[in-house]
Design a protein around this ligand. Structure first.
Ligand code: FES
Length: 196
């Protein structure tokens, strides 16, 4: 699984979160799991620099901290995407082609399960039974349950988000254009006022 590096400005956030958690949980070896949990609670995942700092502060080999981070399913090594796609791989969903759905998302997003797209728009996870087996295969996208998902529906789900993003971008550009026109008009009025 590829591990993403932090984006600009994120390092300070990571540093502050790690120091706060180390201060409350301590640096004894038996605190390692609570420390990792605390950092994940604050940041949503365990970034590589956070694990390096934890290893240093607890005087543990980095490989041990990374080993714990990768061993337990509860820990995420990549940031959650703006849209979290969870593909159910419980028995019923698996029997109804859940793995094909997972592969479809992997192909469309060019990432593997457990990873996040470089623009942090989507993250992809496999999850155990989400409790609505009659609707298999099931995908949960941003807490919304998608029932009887087919590869074509995968395209449809992602297309909906792409359209939403384009609309938002267009809206932001419209707003920026209006602000610019407003500023130009105010400048012009000021200029005219000076000339009178
Ligand atoms: S196995 Fe997927 S909802 Fe139960």
């Amino acid at each position: 699984m590829g591990v993403m590096d932090p984006i600009e400005g994120e390092e300070e956030l990571i540093h502050a979160a790690v120091e706060a958690v180390l201060q409350s949980c301590g640096t004894r070896r038996e605190s390692l799991i609570p420390v990792l949990q605390g950092v994940q609670d604050r940041l949503g995942y365990l970034p590589r620099p956070a694990m390096e700092r934890i290893a240093e502060a607890m005087q543990l080999p980095k490989v041990e901290v990374f080993g714990v981070g990768t061993f337990y399913n509860q820990f995420r090594l990549n940031p959650p995407g703006k849209h979290r796609v969870k593909v159910c791989m419980g028995t019923a969903c698996h029997m109804m082609g859940g793995h094909i759905i997972l592969e479809s998302f992997e192909r469309r997003l060019s990432i593997h399960e457990g990873e996040t797209t470089p623009d942090r728009e989507y993250s992809l996870e496999r999850v155990a039974c989400v409790g609505c087996c009659a609707l298999a295969p099931v995908v949960v996208v941003d807490e919304k349950v998608e029932a009887r998902v087919s590869p074509i529906r995968v395209d449809g789900i992602l297309l909906t988000f792409e359209i939403e993003n384009k609309e938002q971008e267009a809206e932001q550009q419209r707003e920026a254009g209006q602000q610019e026109t407003g500023q130009q008009e105010t400048g012009q009025e000021r200029e005219e006022g000076r000339q009178q």
